[in-house]
Design a protein around this ligand. Structure first.
Ligand SMILES: Cc1cc2nc3c(=O)[nH]c(=O)nc-3n(C[C@H](O)[C@H](O)[C@H](O)COP(=O)(O)OP(=O)(O)OC[C@H]3O[C@@H](n4cnc5c(N)ncnc54)[C@H](O)[C@@H]3O)c2cc1C
Length: 416
């Protein structure tokens, strides 16, 4: 967004509570690699120029990539500046920070979709002798006591963490709810390549049948590893991870209760994967790729044990740690505008928020299926910066002119 605003000569500032790429520096586990290939982090006027386009960035590489982008576009970032409130004021907004106040006519909320790890309320009944972490506070196996681990959630975070912990020698039980299975490589090409080429990732929010549902869909079970292997439940079973159903509750005396829907969840996930691959095959056929790529080759159905346990005494079964990989949510505790719905999410129409001049970025399916990926930010920013520029032009042409005046940036923007 900063790059797109700069292209339109719209003066702006980025307020960041930490360093550039803060979420990657402080909220991810150490071994994480991007699940999107290197070529797929295309940002406005910046893309991958290394010699491994199909590789997957490590965490340090991801941080370096984003920091290099901020430098390349001379992004006007104020680091270590925490926004503590945004409220309406006069003809725009008053933004309070730990380093002084700002006044502005428009605000872009780009504070992230994953600020807080979601933990079900029954997590409070986990016996105190069992440690609890989330996918956000988990760093590496060395952080955990020896002994069993219950990982709750089988999307990309949960499956990756479960495999790492199982390989560290701790017996892992994985509680599986709704999830989306996907092969890493299909017909010789990365699944992300197919989804990009076939237009799946460009599908627009106003073209899907149920956008509210589409915004809740969990992340694909994908991992970026040097061997490009598929990380699905069968791979986890082979590694020794035990699968159980969705964690439905924990009783007062510390018994975990699992839903009996594991088999159905897996069958549904297999079905959705088949549908996605059918769509890809159809696209390959109509675009003349058959014969130039490998023939279709489908994964076998997900294997589920005959009678997975429906309950487990957490302490007696040797669980020493529970890791909640049950999703994330944004934190808007600082947003003092009447724009939140009853679930605490910002109401918006493709990133245009109901408060005039306020925009949203980085949310799941904001404008396109790819909106919450690094690769999706560019197209959304192009669209939303165009709307923002028109808003400034229509609303206060004279005021917009003053942004381009020779006055010092701080003179008109900032209040001390
Ligand atoms: C575990 C995990 C793995 C992922 N893997 C991939 C992947 O492989 N490929 C991919 O494309 N995407 C991946 N994503 C999604 C990725 O995080 C997003 O694409 C990207 O981070 C979105 O960038 P953003 O700037 O919108 O949000 P963020 O990266 O969350 O940045 C928001 C920034 O706002 C700052 N902030 C928040 N509140 C305040 C405040 N009050 N005041 C000041 N600053 C504030 C934060 O410090 C942060 O730096 C992953 C996400 C997670 C959680």
């Amino acid at each position: 967004m900063s790059r797109c605003l700069a292209e339109r000569s719209i003066d702006h500032v980025l307020l960041e509570r930490g360093e550039v790429a803060n979420s990657w520096r402080t909220e991810r586990w150490e071994s994480l690699r991007l699940l999107t290939p290197n070529w797929q982090s295309r940002l406005p006027a910046f893309s991958y120029d290394g010699n491994d386009p199909n590789g997957y960035r490590t965490l340090p590489e991801t941080i370096a990539f984003i920091a290099a982008y901020a430098k390349a576009i001379s992004a006007p970032v104020r680091t270590h500046t925490t926004v503590t409130s945004v409220r309406s004021a006069d003809a725009g907004y008053l933004v309070r920070t730990n380093r002084g106040d700002w006044r502005c006519r428009t605000v872009v909320l780009a504070s992230g979709a994953c600020n807080i790890a979601r933990v079900p309320s029954f997590g409070a009944r986990v016996p105190p002798c069992v440690a609890q972490l989330t996918a956000q506070s988990y760093r590496s196996p060395g952080q955990l006591a020896d002994g069993g681990v219950l990982v709750v959630g089988a999307s990309s975070s949960g499956t990756q963490i479960a495999l790492e912990l199982q390989r560290s020698g701790r017996p892992v039980t994985l509680s599986v709810g709704e999830h989306i299975r996907a092969p890493r490589v299909y017909r010789g090409k990365d699944l992300e390549w197919w989804m990009d080429a076939a237009g799946v990732l460009d599908e627009r929010y106003d073209q899907v049948e149920d956008v509210a549902r589409a915004r809740r869909v969990p992340s694909l079970q994908l991992a970026g590893t040097p061997d490009r292997s598929t990380l699905d439940l069968n791979a986890l079973t082979e590694a020794g991870v035990r699968l159980v159903g969705r964690l439905a509750g924990i009783t007062e005396d510390g018994k975990a209760q699992f839903a009996g829907s594991l088999r159905n969840m897996c069958a549904l996930s297999d079905l959705k994967m088949r549908r996605l691959l059918d769509l890809i095959d159809e696209w390959a056929r109509t675009n003349g790729l058959d014969g130039t790529v490998e023939p279709p080759d489908r994964l076998p159905p997900t294997r589920v044990e005959a009678s997975p346990p429906l309950g487990m005494d957490v302490v007696k079964s040797g669980i020493k740690t529970i890791i909640w990989a049950t999703g994330y949510r944004p934190d808007y505790s600082w947003l003092e505008l009447p724009v939140l719905d009853r679930k605490g999410m910002v109401s918006h129409d493709g990133g245009i928020v109901c408060s005039p001049g306020v925009y949203l970025m980085g949310m799941q399916f904001l404008r396109r299926r790819k909106s919450a990926l690094i690769d999706g930010a560019g197209d959304d920013a192009r669209d939303l910066s165009a709307h923002l520029a028109a808003y400034l032009d229509n609303r206060a042409p004279a005021a917009r002119g003053s942004q381009r005046s020779t006055k010092g940036h701080d003179d008109w923007h900032r209040e001390r």
